[in-house]
Design a protein around this ligand. Structure first.
Ligand SMILES: [Zn+2]
Length: 253
């Protein structure tokens, strides 16, 4: 059977029978792939660290009839700061889940791979994981071609200004007062939109300089929550934890 190498981040790991696991990887070379890891949950397995979620690992994979499997692996990065902080772990789980939900198997995207690793590195050391994750969510949407329009009304093109504006996930961005009529939308302040625009143009290593007040954080969360769910076409499991972290009370529609 043919062997091949990939460098990948482990998005998740699901238990199977006999100490086997199925891993979802996001690799530099092939994008998202699913592989079998034989016997890795045994306490004696040397592969355990390298296959745990969020590790960045060099894999030697063996082609299989149904699914490829791990022949050898060597972990490169493990993010101990993230594993020592429950909130950060929940954020990392959210990152992994939205990447898994919004990408297709075997579709290489090297820039997305680089962005995932950059985000995990920053999450490992940051004191503000929430902003790091908002940065990633916006970048992810931009990289996948779903960048929300935050410059003017996405529907009629007119300028949106004034202290309060509306964001519509369905329309794909800001909507002016007349286009917001009859459309599901979230009202937010222009200040919040400005923070999102900043996140979109700043690189991740600069965002620890940003000071964002609680109301703007709450609005950004509501917007990204709605926008991600719209594109994922289902509620993510991690969203439940995200709601708790953000003290968000969902409104039943
Ligand atoms: Zn309009």
């Amino acid at each position: 059977m043919k062997l091949y190498k990939v460098l990948a981040v482990v998005l998740n790991s699901r238990e199977m029978r006999d100490a086997h696991r199925i891993l979802t990887l996001f690799s530099k070379e092939q994008g998202k792939i699913r592989v079998v890891a034989h016997g890795v949950t045994k306490p004696t397995s040397r592969k355990r660290g390298a296959v745990q979620p969020f590790s960045v690992t060099d894999f030697l994979l063996r082609q299989g009839r149904d699914m490829d499997s791990i022949s050898e692996c060597e972990g490169r990065e493990f993010f101990p700061g993230m594993w020592a902080d429950l909130d950060k772990l929940l954020y990392a789980g959210h990152i992994a889940e939205i990447v898994d939900a919004l990408t297709m198997d075997g579709n290489p995207h090297e820039s997305l791979f680089v962005h995932i690793i950059k985000t995990l590195r920053e999450l490992d050391k940051t004191v503000d994981p929430e902003l790091v994750v908002r940065w990633f969510e916006l970048r992810l949407m931009a990289l996948l071609g779903y960048l929300p329009d935050l410059t003017g009304c996405v529907n009629c093109g007119s300028e949106v200004n004034g202290p309060a504006v509306s964001f519509s996930a369905q329309a794909g961005g800001l909507v002016c007062t007349s286009c917001a009529v009859g459309v599901d939308s979230i009202s937010c302040n222009m200040g919040t939109v400005a923070v999102m625009q900043t996140l979109l143009c700043w690189d991740i290593d600069k965002i620890n300089r940003l000071r964002v007040a609680q109301p703007a954080r709450a609005q950004m969360y509501s917007i990204m929550r709605e926008y991600l769910q719209w594109h994922m076409e289902r509620r993510s499991r991690s969203m439940h934890f995200m709601d708790k972290l953000n003290n968000f009370i969902p409104v039943n529609k």
